[in-house]
Design a protein around this ligand. Structure first.
Ligand SMILES: C[S@@+](CC[C@H](N)C(=O)[O-])C[C@H]1O[C@@H](n2cnc3c(N)ncnc32)[C@H](O)[C@@H]1O
Length: 199
């Protein structure tokens, strides 16, 4: 409940940047954990972590990864995340600055994004998309997991590198609003060839 209030205050500060009226549900957070566990990233980066509903659900992944970095632009949310997750690398940064992260070249990363790309300004959304795509494109085996509140048939964005594709991983109706989890990965990625009924 405390997080619900923190979230509502964050929404009042920047409605377009927060882009939702409630934190992610347990069902959505769990679907994202399952999707993260489908591959073996060495580094997990959560972007736009808000009050940490997804961050908390992703903690079991720590057993399989080397680093878990959390990026949040809003200073109030970033402070809350630092307090609640003292063992994680929480950075009060804008996602457009992903290129400034000190990450070994060639190291596979999984980026989990809660960024509300459809409600942010076009410039900010483009800056964030470019930064996320540049990060995963330069590291073989990397992926971007992005959820949206739009129609389950609408991909998060269309301008993707050649040889990459979106896979619809899950639709979560028990979320406010209902959400769809998408993964951007190389077409040759092993999880691209498994069937989950959503392709
Ligand atoms: C939909 S909310 C996140 C919800 C979060 N998963 C939760 O359950 O609390 C989107 C978050 O993205 C953050 N955000 C928006 N623009 C950002 C940017 N350019 N860089 C980093 N974070 C950003 C907002 O501050 C907000 O916390």
């Amino acid at each position: 409940m405390r997080h619900g209030l923190a979230f509502a205050l964050g929404y009042l500060r920047h409605p377009r940047r927060v882009g939702a009226i409630a934190p992610a549900s347990k069902a959505l957070a769990q679907a994202i954990l399952i999707e993260v566990m489908r591959s073996d990233p060495r580094i997990l980066i959560e972007v736009g972590a808000g009050t940490g509903a997804i961050t908390r659900a992703l903690l079991p992944a720590l057993a399989r990864i080397e680093r878990f970095m959390v990026i949040e632009r809003d200073p109030g949310f970033a402070q809350l995340l630092c307090r609640n997750f003292p063992d994680l690398e929480v950075l009060n940064h804008c996602a457009t600055r992903l290129d400034a992260l000190d990450i070994e070249a060639q190291c596979p990363v999984t980026v989990v994004s809660s960024l509300p790309l459809l409600s942010m300004t076009r410039e900010e959304a483009h800056g964030c998309i470019d930064a996320m795509v540049a990060l995963i494109e330069s590291r073989p085996g990397s992926r971007l997991i992005q959820y949206t509140y739009a129609s389950p048939h609408l991909r998060p964005f269309n301008d993707i590198p050649i040889g990459w594709r979106w896979r619809r991983a899950a639709s979560i109706w028990a979320n406010l609003p209902p959400a769809t989890v998408w993964t951007l990965e190389q077409a040759s990625h092993p999880s691209s060839h498994t069937h989950n009924g959503f392709h």
